[in-house]
Each structure stands twice: as structure tokens, then as C-alpha cells.
Design a protein around this ligand. Structure first.
Ligand SMILES: NC(=O)C1=CN([C@@H]2O[C@H](COP(=O)(O)OP(=O)(O)OC[C@H]3O[C@@H](n4cnc5c(N)ncnc54)[C@H](OP(=O)(O)O)[C@@H]3O)[C@@H](O)[C@H]2O)C=CC1
Ligand SMILES: N[C@@H](CCC(=O)OP(=O)(O)O)C(=O)O
Length: 426
């Protein structure tokens, strides 16, 4: 989406540099803030959201109208939508983050050396985090809350379709911060939908410590090519469920259905179902009928087409994250072929096996190279709250510095602290 939703013409380089300077300054102040202050800011942000419900809903209605006019898919419209109950959920998300233990300042692994020096590791904020994410307004609140609680300043660049919603939310966040005596610049929104601002953000090395991109291939390609700042990639979720020959078929029906249909638009939704040839006859026709009854368009390999009325799946389908009511199904020779398919076509996000065979589940867990591997559970469980992290900034598909759902700890780093008593090295 372009200039029509921008609030004003701006010099992008200057705008991003100013946000960076302000964020850097705020990050210094946050390092000095207490847990109580940060929790008070979270509570104040919740109050601001609650007081400005109508403003948020009006802004969102404008975003929705533009999205509809531009032909956004149902799944993307659902992701963009704010409702009173979704605002309630954002408010309770803030309360949840406030209730979580402060990850900053704790010292672990304190050991006393032979010479009496005590050496441990203290958890500290990362500093300034730039987050680029999809058109989902609640992420603005979640990202702000988690960054703040972990003592980081944040510069947010949400999806252009959610621009007006995000601006309205950002005003509540800034007011909440200020009313708790913290700098309003601790969380800032980039005030343009121009993608050049993304380029400026990911090269603002002086001001930004880490970039977190949540998005699909185009975003990640650009980040990989242009970013000069460390990145924690939150890549697309091309997730698989593999139904092993040793699966309980009743369980497999429920898991596969839930993995696809719990919510089509989430990155943990299943996009490809793989079925062992040994149980294909017993499983595939009934499973496909269940999906088709639910309105899911199914595409299948040649062997699937021999068992059910489906569209043919092409090579392109195995690479596709539909994020909607579409699914590709492939019958594979055995578990080795399933693992090979997943490691080749998948996005290393989340993949699942349904099996009662201990050896198969062990091998699947070891050999599938994804940030979460599930056994007898659907991929849609890939979520920080579901993992007990309280909330998540997203799901890291990187291997460094954090992998899988990223909560408060993932937004911190650890430094060594060395406690002496006038020691000198000899
Ligand atoms: N691993 C995780 O935690 C998560 C992953 N995702 C993944 O994100 C995707 C979400 O869908 P979608 O909305 O299509 O995401 P997109 O990748 O299209 O958009 C995400 C953000 O990136 C921006 N962007 C995209 N391409 C570029 C580019 N070339 N240069 C600059 N900015 C760019 C978008 O800006 P603009 O608005 O201008 O398009 C938007 O702010 C899915 O693949 C989903 O799986 C989503 C949530 C969490
Ligand atoms: N992990 C979260 C959703 C992640 C997410 O925001 O995904 P997306 O719908 O792609 O924007 C969940 O399972 O609810």
C-alpha cells in the first residue's frame, strides 16, 4: 500500500535516523528503569487502549475498508481485523507480560574460582530492536510489551495494510510510557509505509542492535541481502504433518485437521500433508473428504489423485505457504522420504509426525531440521503462549541467537560479570 495512507511526506533517511537517535537515548534510560516502572508502563498502556477503543476501531475500520477495496484475502482480512474482543485480548496480553518475571538483571551460573574471583552471567537487554512485521495490529502491542519488559527500545514497522490501526495503537503506547515516567520514544512506529524506510532501518547500525523481520520470502530476501545489523529471522511457516505407517488413524485425522483448520492465516498452519503409502488407502480418501467438507481446496500428487477427487499438485505447491484454505497432500514411500521432503521444501519452522512407533518419533525429532518438531500434536501449537513463555514476539527460524518461539529471554543477552575483592592477575 502506498502514499495514500501515509500521514505526510517525509524525508525517510532523516526520519529513520531521528527514530534511531531517540531509541538509542530511550534504551539508555530503560537500562536504568526498575521492574516496577516498566510494569507500571505496561498497565498504563493497557488503560490507554481501553480508553481509546473507539479510536482504535475507527482507525481499523479505515484499514479494513482499504484492504477490502484492494482485494485482500479473507485470511489476511481476518488477520487485520480489530474487534472489541481482540482489543480485550491485547489488553490482557499487556497484563500477562506485566505479570511475567523480569528477565533482566538476574545472575546465573555464579562460580567461585580457585583465586576467589566470582564469575557469573547477567541477563541484559539487547538495546534497540527494529521489528518488521505483517499487517496484524496486535503484534504492535505484543512487540512493544515484550521489548519494553526486557528493557529494550523498539522501532516498529508494521504491514502497510494496518498503518492506521498501528498509528492509533502507537499513540496509546507512547502515552502509557510517558504517564509511567518512561520515555515515549522507547517504542516508536515508522511513520510511513514506504519500503525505503525498511532499507534505512536495516542499515542503521549506529542506532539499532538487532532486526527482527517477521514475514515471507520477499522480506527475508531483502533483509539477507541488505541488512548490516544482526538479524533474527522469523520466516514463513511452510509446515508439514507426516502420518506414519504406525499412526493411530483417529488421532491423525484430528491432528491433521486441527493443524490446517485451527486458523488458516497463522504461520504454524499446516501447508502440506505427507502420508506413508502403507496407510494411504485407509487414511487419504476420508481425510480429504473431511477437508473438502470444511471448504479446503486440496491438491494431491499422482497417487493421491488416484484415491480422491483433487486438483493436481505441481512442484510449485510443495514450495507454497498458502496461508488460506488450501492444502497439498503427498503420499510418500516411508518416513525417510517424508524427512527428505520436509528438509528440502520446508521453511524449518514447525513440522509434526503422527506415530506410535518410538524409534520413528525419535528419528523424526533428530533428523527434521526445524525450530519445533512435534510428535502427535498439530503444528498450530507453535506459539509462545502455548509453550508457556507468556507471549511471543514470533517464531525464530534462525539457529542463532534464539530458535523457535521467542519470548522475553530471547530479547535479552547475557554478559559475564566478574566479582573480585582487589584481585590482581599474576
Ligand atoms: N515466523 C514467524 O514468527 C512469523 C512468520 N510470519 C510469516 O510472514 C508472512 C506473513 O505474511 P505477509 O503479510 O505476506 O508478509 P510479508 O512478508 O508480505 O510482509 C511482512 C512485512 O514485511 C514487509 N515487506 C515484505 N517484503 C518487503 C520488501 N521486499 N522490502 C521491504 N519490506 C517488505 C511488509 O511490508 P508491506 O506492508 O509494505 O508489504 C510487512 O511489513 C507469512 O509467510 C508468515 O508465515 C508471520 C508471522 C510470524
Ligand atoms: N504464533 C501465533 C501466530 C503467529 C502469527 O502472528 O502468524 P501470522 O498469522 O502469520 O501473522 C499463534 O499461533 O497464534
Amino acid at each position: 500500500m502506498t502514499s495514500e495512507v501515509q500521514t505526510r511526506d517525509i524525508d525517510i533517511a532523516a526520519h529513520v535516523a531521528l527514530l534511531g537517535q531517540q531509541a538509542r537515548q530511550a534504551s539508555g534510560l530503560l537500562r536504568r528503569s526498575t521492574t516496577g516502572q516498566r510494569n507500571a508502563a505496561l498497565a498504563a498502556m493497557a488503560l490507554e487502549l481501553s480508553h481509546h477503543r473507539d479510536t482504535l476501531l475507527d482507525a481499523n475500520a479505515r484499514d479494513m475498508a482499504r484492504g477490502r477495496a484492494e482485494g485482500l484475502s479473507e485470511a489476511l482480512m481476518d488477520r487485520l481485523l480489530l474487534t472489541p474482543s481482540r482489543i480485550d485480548a491485547m489488553i490482557s496480553g499487556l497484563e500477562t507480560v506485566a505479570s511475567l518475571p523480569d528477565p533482566v538483571g538476574g545472575i546465573d551460573d555464579l562460580r567461585t574460582q580457585d583465586n576467589g574471583l566470582r564469575i557469573g552471567r547477567m541477563r541484559t537487554p539487547l538495546g534497540v530492536i527494529g521489528i518488521i512485521y505483517e499487517s496484524r495490529p496486535n503484534v504492535t502491542v505484543d512487540a512493544a510489551a515484550l521489548c519494553l519488559k526486557a528493557g529494550n527500545a523498539a522501532i516498529l514497522r508494521g504491514g502497510s495494510e494496518a498503518f492506521e490501526s498501528n498509528c492509533a495503537i502507537a499513540r496509546c503506547i507512547a502515552s502509557g510510557l510517558e504517564s509511567a515516567g518512561l520515555p515515549g520514544h522507547a517504542v516508536q512506529l515508522i511513520e510511513t509505509t514506504d519500503r525505503n524506510a525498511v532499507g534505512a532501518l536495516i542499515t542503521a547500525r549506529e542506532y539499532v542492535d538487532v532486526i527482527i523481520p517477521r514475514g515471507g520470502k520477499s522480506l527475508i530476501k531483502r533483509i539477507s541481502e541488505e541488512a548490516s545489523i544482526p538479524v533474527i529471522k522469523h520466516l514463513e511457516g511452510l509446515c508439514h504433518v507426516f502420518v506414519d505407517r504406525h499412526a493411530s488413524l483417529d488421532m491423525a485425522f484430528d491432528i491433521a485437521f486441527n493443524a490446517k483448520c485451527f486458523r488458516y492465516g497463522i504461520c504454524g498452519a499446516m501447508e502440506t500433508l505427507l502420508v506413508d503409502q502403507e496407510i494411504a488407502q485407509a487414511f487419504v480418501p476420508a481425510m480429504i473428504a473431511k477437508f473438502q467438507d470444511a471448504g479446503v481446496t486440496v491438491r494431491g500428487c499422482d497417487r493421491v489423485q488416484a484415491l480422491a477427487e483433487v486438483e493436481p499438485a505441481t512442484e510449485e505447491d510443495w514450495w507454497t505457504e498458502y496461508l488460506g484454505p488450501e492444502l497439498s497432500v503427498r503420499i510418500v514411500e516411508d518416513m525417510d522420504a517424508a524427512i527428505e521432503h520436509i528438509n528440502h521444501y520446508g521453511s524449518h519452522h514447525t513440522d509434526a509426525i503422527v506415530s506410535d512407533h518410538f524409534g520413528h518419533t525419535q528419528r523424526f525429532m533428530l533428523e527434521v531440521d526445524s525450530s519445533s518438531v512435534m510428535v502427535n500434536a498439530p503444528t498450530c501449537f507453535a506459539d509462545g503462549a502455548q509453550y508457556g513463555l507468556g507471549a511471543e514476539i514470533g517464531i525464530s527460524t534462525d539457529k542463532l541467537h534464539v530458535r523457535g518461539p521467542v519470548g522475553l529471554e530471547g530479547l535479552t543477552t547475557r554478559k559475564y560479570i566478574v566479582l573480585g575483592d582487589g584481585h590482581v592477575r599474576t
